[in-house]
Structure formats: structure tokens, C-alpha cells
Design a protein around this ligand. Structure first.
Ligand code: HEM
Length: 268
């Protein structure tokens, strides 16, 4: 998700990677590398405030968990504390998922590339709330009755089957989010795997929808469904536009060149 590290192809390091070592600059450094390093350093200098933004976002993401703990301590979890905790953690898993999904569109619309630096943290928070949600179900709701849990997950309660599928995928994305794993997997494979965040969001909506459909109360799931559909729709639209631009660029080049462009774009 993104539960994501830096998007391959974005962020200050890219300039360094993209710079081809050419002629020296007298200091023993290839000039292009030196220029790219200087650009990276000035970007870092300009973004000295980023750790503060990260700290604020971290506290914001932590606050629903802290609120639950405070309510528990003050005995304010209501008449049915298990239901309160299950619903609260479920809601925050979904909210964090939506915010994580919104980062890329917000970056594209605003041009604020630094937003991508928040994505991995937000994705991991989504996963943490998912783990709390699942743990509440297994522990406080089912009291580790594995037979009953297996029944629910394997189809007796379809909304739980769907939620569990989303949860397993989300954990897979969280486990592959460290930089070391990205390097080992390779950017392209990693990116392909992390597109699963869209499938996770759709499954999460289905889980919520199914659960509320039994109670004839679809207003809130409908709002989340619209948000996720818009975020997904924007991505699809941009992908289609990019493909069209690539095709147009390919057809305006020489036949030999356009062949290689097409075969390259197919591997993306
Ligand atoms: C990505 C994963 C998941 C997301 C985003 C998610 C989200 C939600 C949401 C939004 C709710 C409704 C909250 C409300 O009523 O306001 C909910 C309820 C619930 N979820 Fe999940 N969930 C996920 C995974 C799971 C898993 C893995 C399980 C159990 C195996 C589970 C079990 C439940 C249960 C038992 C309820 C409450 C049903 C009730 O109160 O009648 N969820 N979930």
C-alpha cells in the first residue's frame, strides 16, 4: 500500500539516478552527477519542513487509536464496547485506505511531489487499523473460536470472507513496503504488486456494503463507494490519456523508432 516507498520514477533521487556520468568538472566528479547531487541537496534544503509535516500526519493518523484507548480507560465505549471497537477500527482502516489512494491524484493535480513521502506511512496506518480490526474480531468477538472463524471466513458470512481477502492482500503490501524489499523485487514488479491497493479498496467497499445491506442502511457505504470510484476513475483516465499520448508520439516518429516505443510501453 503504497503502503508505499517512494514511487519509482519520482522524488529527488531520480535526478541522481537519471544523470549519466559524462565529463569531469575538475573536482573529480562527473559534471552531470555533481549537478544532480546539487539539485538533490537544494531540494532537501527546501523541504526542511517535511519532517514536521510527517509528524503532524503521524499524530493525525494515530489519533483514532489514541481516542479508542482514552474511551476504554474512561469507560466510554458504550453499551456494546466490542461493536464500538470493531466499527471504529473498520472505519479507520477504510478512511486510511482512501487517503492513501488519494495521494497520487492530489500530487498530480497540485504538483506537490513531496506528498508521495507520506504515502507509505498512511498505508501502514491503514494496515495497523486493519490488524486491530481483525484482532478485535478474533479476540473480543469470537474468543479464538477457530472453528467459527473458519466458518465465517470460508463463506458462511460472505462480508467477512471479502473483508478477510482484503486484509490478507493489505498485509502482503505492508510486508513488501520496506525499501530493501523494493530493491530486491525491482521497481516494476513491485509497482505491479502494489496496484493491488485498488482491488483492496474495492473489496473493502464490498465488505462494508454487504454488512450494511443486511441492515438496509447503505448511505455511508455509498459515500465511500463514490470516493473510491472517483479515485479509481481518475487513475484509469490518466492511464488512457498517457497511452494515447504514447501512441501519437510513436506514430509521429520513424517506423523503426515507433516499433521500439510500442514494445517498451507494452512491458510497462
Ligand atoms: C481491509 C480490510 C477491512 C476493512 C477496510 C474493513 C472495514 C469495515 C467497516 C468500514 C466496517 C463497518 C463499520 C461501521 O459499521 O461503521 C466493518 C465492520 C466489520 N468488519 Fe471489517 N473491514 C476489513 C476487514 C475485516 C476482517 C478481516 C474481518 C474479520 C475477519 C472483519 C470483520 C468485521 C465485522 C465483524 C464487522 C462488524 C459487523 C457488525 O457490526 O455487524 N473486517 N469493517
Amino acid at each position: 500500500m503504497s503502503i508505499t516507498p517512494r514511487h519509482p520514477g519520482e522524488g529527488p533521487d531520480v535526478a541522481v539516478e537519471a544523470a549519466a556520468p559524462t565529463r569531469g568538472n575538475g573536482n573529480g566528479l562527473p559534471s552531470a552527477v555533481a549537478a544532480a547531487r546539487a539539485a538533490g541537496q537544494s531540494a532537501q534544503h527546501r523541504q526542511r519542513w517535511l519532517p514536521w509535516v510527517k509528524a503532524v500526519v503521524f499524530l493525525f493518523a494515530l489519533s483514532p487509536g489514541l481516542r479508542l484507548v482514552a474511551y476504554g480507560v474512561m469507560d466510554r465505549l458504550g453499551a456494546n464496547p466490542v461493536e464500538f471497537i470493531t466499527r471504529s477500527t473498520g472505519t479507520w482502516t477504510l478512511v486510511m485506505l482512501c487517503i492513501t489512494l488519494a495521494i497520487t491524484p492530489m500530487r498530480r493535480l497540485s504538483g506537490m511531489v513531496w506528498l508521495l513521502r507520506l504515502r507509505r506511512m498512511l498505508g501502514l496506518f491503514a494496515c495497523c487499523y486493519g490488524v486491530l480490526h481483525f484482532a478485535t474480531y478474533v479476540w473480543l468477538d469470537q474468543w479464538f473460536d477457530w472453528a467459527s472463524i473458519l466458518h465465517d471466513v470460508s463463506g458462511k458470512r460472505p462480508f467477512i470472507t471479502v473483508g478477510f481477502t482484503a486484509f490478507v492482500l493489505m498485509v502482503a503490501l505492508a510486508l513488501t513496503s520496506p525499501h530493501a524489499v523494493v530493491r530486491r523485487m525491482g521497481g516494476r514488479r513491485w509497482q505491479r504488486l502494489h496496484r493491488l491497493i485498488y482491488a483492496i479498496a474495492v473489496l473493502a467497499i464490498l465488505h462494508y456494503w454487504w454488512m450494511k445491506a443486511g441492515k438496509n442502511d447503505l448511505a455511508q457505504p455509498a459515500i465511500y463507494a463514490i470516493v473510491v470510484a472517483s479515485l479509481l476513475g481518475a487513475r484509469v483516465l490518466w492511464a488512457l490519456r498517457r497511452r494515447r499520448a504514447q501512441t501519437l508520439a510513436g506514430s509521429s516518429r520513424s517506423p523503426a523508432k515507433s516499433d521500439s516505443t510500442v514494445s517498451r510501453s507494452r512491458t510497462r
